[in-house]
Design a protein around this ligand. Structure first.
Ligand code: ZN
Length: 235
């Protein structure tokens, strides 16, 4: 398959960040496909949100819907077999002695980008878009710009391709992510992100807050909630 510069492949988890990245890619690229990963995550609700968000996004923004290509769900469950994390096992969300939280899944984004790069070769995509952010997160080393830049170079060399990695949220905080959604698709997109994406580490879809569903107290809910509050205050 020949390489088409206008095709982007978005790493789409079903969370707020990657959903906003999907809208960003659809506003800029002629064709956009999505890829998600089953890595044995405890809470399958995030995967379920992917289809809902894609369908509702395409319906609400027909021009984007026309550009939105197929979704790909890849099996990355080997990550679960590698060891205990709070994302794959029933263990507490806590800080470890090495300074990384138990929600860190070692190798996750490294593997995801490798698999996404291979898929992009097959699909003729020249850009990988991910929602990684080093401003507002828990210090995950595989979310830092320097890591992504090094991995981009590795993929270019290893795939003999001009493939690029793009991380539109790298230097903005969660308030900025809400603001970006509004600038891309107005209140309609904000409402879709609020209703149809999932962030909570505990998989809670029973409590509805102004910023969406979640337990309200886990680190992911706190980030999403605090970002919403700061964004609302700044509007
Ligand atoms: Zn939560």
């Amino acid at each position: 398959m020949s390489e088409t510069p206008e095709t982007a492949l978005v790493l789409f988890s079903g969370g707020q960040d990657s959903a906003t990245c999907l809208a960003s890619a659809l506003s800029r690229y002629a064709r956009v496909e999505t890829v998600g990963f089953d890595y044995g995550q405890r809470h399958r609700v995030e995967l379920a949100c992917r289809d809902t968000f894609r369908a509702n996004l395409a319906a609400a923004f027909p021009a984007w819907g026309a550009r939105l290509g197929p979704d790909h769900l890849l099996d990355a469950r080997v990550l679960k077999s590698l060891g205990e994390t709070a994302m794959t096992e029933d263990i507490a969300i806590d800080m470890q002695a090495n300074g990384l939280p138990t929600t860190f899944v070692p190798g996750r984004n490294l593997l995801f980008f490798t698999l996404a790069g291979a898929l992009a070769m097959r699909r003729g995509a020249s850009v990988l878009v991910g929602g990684m952010c080093e401003t507002d997160f828990s210090g995950y080393p595989d979310c830092r710009a320097v890591t992504l830049k090094a991995q981009e170079r590795t993929l270019q060399l290893g795939l003999e391709s001009e493939i690029e990695i793009e991380a539109p949220l790298m230097y903005i905080d969660k308030a900025g992510t809400w603001a970006l959604a509004e600038s891309l698709g107005g209140q309609v997109l904000v409402d879709l992100v609020t209703e149809d994406t999932h962030t909570c580490y505990l998989g809670d879809r029973t409590h509805r807050h102004p910023w969406g569903y979640g337990c309200g107290t886990c680190p992911a809910c706190e980030l999403r909630s605090n970002g919403w509050t700061r964004w609302q205050a700044a509007r």
